[in-house]
Design a protein around this ligand. Structure first.
Ligand code: ATP
Length: 199
């Protein structure tokens, strides 16, 4: 699996629609300070479901929408889509190519899509669990993040190892099963109470 392309429109400094094609190998993005290199990495993190504006170097999520320049009016939405080669089926979805996209309007309304079908953020999170690619993944290491990882609490650092070991989805399934069991225990208690009243 590798990143084939990214399409950006209205996200941060990218007012015009741009498409970057990548190939299987190493790609470097070069440019002067402030030209938008980190914004490309932010776009990848955002489309993968990042919900924390601070991780995207902003104050609020609306800060990712192109805010205008002296010569250009602000835009009303931000759009990013990434296409991944999935010919090795590293992502458990029955497609050779997977496109994930996200759009956010100034009103706060947002939408996510997988291969052009609307989906929930949860679906995107689940698609990338244990691949190292999701928003918590280690495949995007931002500026200053290494220091952050080294100085983070052991429990937080553990999440990174869990993701690399591929056990996040099992931990989540376990949590869901425990929650269901607790709900069922409550139901049983209620039924026992009703039965006692009836006797
Ligand atoms: P450096 O080499 O210094 O790290 P860089 O090439 O990584 O720089 P970025 O940090 O990606 O640059 O881009 C910063 C630019 O993006 C700034 O000029 C900033 O004004 C612009 N920018 C960020 N958010 C928005 C936005 N919502 N609308 C318009 N421009 C934005």
């Amino acid at each position: 699996m590798y990143l084939k392309s990214i399409e950006i429109h209205g996200f941060k400094s990218f007012a015009n629609r741009i498409k970057l094609d990548f190939h299987n190998g190493i790609t470097g993005i070069v440019g002067p300070n402030g030209s938008g290199k980190s914004n490309v990495a932010d776009a990848v993190r955002w489309v993968l479901g990042e919900q924390r504006a601070r991780q995207l170097r902003g104050g609020s999520m609306q800060d990712v929408i192109f805010s205008g320049t002296e010569l250009r009016k602000p835009l009303g939405f931000a759009y990013v889509s990434i296409t991944l080669d999935n010919s090795d089926h590293a992502l458990s979805i029955d497609f050779e190519e997977v496109t994930v996209s996200r759009r956010l309007y100034r009103s706060g309304e947002s939408e996510y899509m997988i291969n052009n079908s609307p989906c929930r953020l949860k679906d995107i999170n689940e698609l990338f669990y244990d691949t190292g690619i999701g928003k918590e993944g280690y495949s995007i290491i931002g500026q200053g993040q290494i220091d952050q990882i080294l100085s983070s609490k052991p429990e937080d650092r553990r999440n990174l190892f869990d993701e690399a070991a591929g056990i996040v989805k099992f931990k989540l399934r376990k949590e869901t099963a425990i929650k269901k069991l607790e709900d069922e225990k409550l139901n049983l208690t209620r039924i026992t109470d009703i039965l006692t009243e009836l006797e």
